[in-house]
Design a protein around this ligand. Structure first.
Ligand code: NDP
Length: 272
């Protein structure tokens, strides 16, 4: 017989998780703080978290740990935590679970709600190697024994995404200030970003060997470029928070002796 599953939180993601579980044939109980969220079809709605804890597996998907912490009790048999947080929050919850006799797995969802239940949804999990019902949502990938690791991967990947999106929006604003529409600029942006990603493996190696000699592009020239980008933004009447922050970080590496080195040397400033 299939496990019974509860989903706490019927937000954009929690609702999608509940629907995917129903699609996979699980008996699903749902709970949400406020009543305005619709009940996913073929689920049983309960009015207190305690009623939801009767299921074999309890999945939490609330906005933050601060929101979910007060709800957790040792009545839970198995907790699958899909609320986003920091590695330390995940480890603390794993510790709480262990000392309360609650089976625990920590997961993060690298997908948007519309992808849940399709092979495109990647679910990273850490700590406990049992993925329980995570395969109902997508492809579960175990990333390590430390319960905090899934959260660490999540934030590292999201940080990469936010930096790229921020850079794209800055670029679109810069082009827009001269009347160039995004649809004209975006194809160039896409192929440029694709090209740039091919440089990451070598950059990664340099951060490990800490050998930053370069025949390609020295930090000096990139700091000068970031100064021009910041000035151009100002000339065009834009906010320059992003290029300024990058400029300041890169310039610090330059001042600390990396001017003739590759961009990878900036990691020496970040690691401090
Ligand atoms: P939503 O804002 O759509 O939903 C938030 C949920 O949290 C609601 O069910 C809300 O309940 C509940 N909640 C907030 N505060 C409290 C509280 N104090 N007590 C009880 N319940 C509370 O967010 P999402 O569904 O998009 O996100 C949920 C989690 O999933 C987050 O951790 C997010 O990082 C993660 N995630 C989301 C992705 C996405 O694309 N949406 C992608 C990957 C991860 P109420 O209805 O009562 O307000």
């Amino acid at each position: 017989t299939k496990k019974t599953v509860s989903v706490l939180g019927l937000g954009r993601m929690g609702g999608a998780l509940a629907r995917a579980l129903v699609d996979k044939g699980y008996e699903v109980t749902v709970w949400n703080r406020s009543e305005d969220k619709p009940t996913p079809p073929n689920t049983t709605r309960v009015s207190t978290p305690e009623e939801a804890f009767k299921s074999d597996v309890v999945i939490t998907c609330l906005s933050t740990y601060e929101a979910q912490q007060p709800l957790l009790t040792n009545d839970i048999k198995t907790l699958v935590n899909l609320t986003s947080g920091t590695p330390e929050q995940a480890r603390n919850t794993a510790q709480w679970a262990e000392s309360n006799g609650v089976e625990y797995v920590d997961g993060v969802i690298m997908a948007v709600p519309q992808q849940i239940g399709t092979p495109q949804a990647r679910i990273l999990f850490s700590g406990n190697e049992n993925h329980y019902v995570l395969d109902a949502f997508g492809e579960p990938v175990h990333v390590g024994e430390d319960a905090g690791l899934a959260a660490l991967y999540d934030l590292a990947l999201l940080g990469l995404m936010w930096a790229a999106f921020g850079g794209y929006l800055q670029a679109v604003a810069l082009m827009g200030s001269a009347g160039i529409a995004p649809e004209r600029f975006t194809p160039m942006a896409v192929s440029w970003l694709n090209e740039m990603t091919t440089l990451l493996p070598e950059m990664g190696e340099e951060t490990q060997s800490r050998q930053y000699e370069t025949e390609v592009s020295a930090l000096d020239i990139n700091v000068a470029g970031l100064r021009m980008l910041t000035e151009a933004g100002r000339e065009q009447g834009l906010d320059t928070t992003l290029p300024q922050a990058l400029h300041d970080l890169f310039e610090r590496a330059q001042r600390n002796g990396h001017g003739a080195h590759s961009i990878a040397s900036v990691i020496e400033e970040i690691r401090k």
